[in-house]
Design a protein around this ligand. Sequence first.
Ligand SMILES: [Mg+2]
Length: 428
Amino acid sequence: MTDTSIRRSRISRIEITPVAFSDPPLLNVVGVHEEVALRSVVQMHTDDGLVGLGESYGDAQHLARMQAAADAILGEDPFNTQKLRLRVAEVMSRDTVSGGHGMSGMVTGSATADRVFSPFEVAALDIQGQALKVPVSTLLGGALRDQVEYSGYLFYKWAGHPDQDADPWGEAMDPEGLIAQAHRMVDGYGFRSLKLKGGVLPPEEEAEAIEALRAEFPDVPLRLDPNGAWTVETSVRIGKRLEGLLEYLEDPTPGRKGMAEVRRQIDVPLATNMCVVSFADIPEAIREGSVDIILSDHHFWGGLRRSQELAGHCETFGLHMSMHSNSHLGISLAAMTHLASATPRIDYACDTHWPWKQPDQDVVALDSFTFDGGCVRVPQTPGLGVELDEDLLQARHEAYVKTDVRERNDTGYMQKFHPNFDPSTPRW
Ligand SMILES: [Mg+2]
């Protein structure tokens, strides 16, 4: 006789482990990456023996919020992510701590509840997939592609951290350095599109770098992201200069009104992960006509299914989607890949910081992912399809215990070496 009883598992325990991994001195508008990047690893246990994984930021205040959220969802059904989200939102509505957003001043308006809920939603989906013996992409409606394309993420960078030897990537402070870096990305990972993190050097120099990359890689789509470093006037001037060379220009100027002004005057699609970072930002962005492309990021849009809700809004208003990235580990790469595989609206190659992390600095098995033609295969095993390596997790946690970094602070690190560095924008 068929057993028709419904089995209910419950969340019995949640471990949140802060971790640190080595990060090269990558420059951006607010400063420079410190020697270590912080992340947190969520292990969600159920009373029937499953363990789901999630990954998020590692800033101290964020960790405290995550702990409060974890306490609030113990005993709940990991299949009921709506209820999990409500519980987290209730706890966060009483939240009075500021900061701890994990972005070092570059994305500050994202919704706290969505940001805190995200790793628990991913862990719950991992559990659901394991219980049902299907990949997370199936839970998201099904994979439309068996691999997801990523873009190579270029940075201006110092040769190494001050007082240390040069790292294998070497210096990239001019077009020649960036071209060498781009070759490493293209040759090593097969990336078929390239993004330059701008907002570091005067805009004319960054435009020159894009022109040099175009000459070197005639067929590779290029993007530039000055992180709001430019005025509207500068954005229009440089935008016009780069018309026809850029696949999109990301956040040239701060704010939805300024972006709309730029967008009216140049013939280059505008993308953002700064002026539209939560659902509350969408109505004004649509009214103003601020952007063409929203860069989703499940870490601050509330998880994988909330990111798919964002895709629905984008479809309604004729916007397109790409994907934003922070320094991340393999758990997040798996989550990003499942999401992009099952979300047709994400129709540009996604950002990833993956190549900037040494392979032995992760918490998942070293051979969990390979990039082929810039693409990562969508995991086919149940759940997220990645397994935690306990020794690697322990090593990364020990690195966290050893460092005195407790929140990402690119500006403070830059000011150690350049005391007059001012992170204000627009700068040019
Ligand atoms: Mg950006």
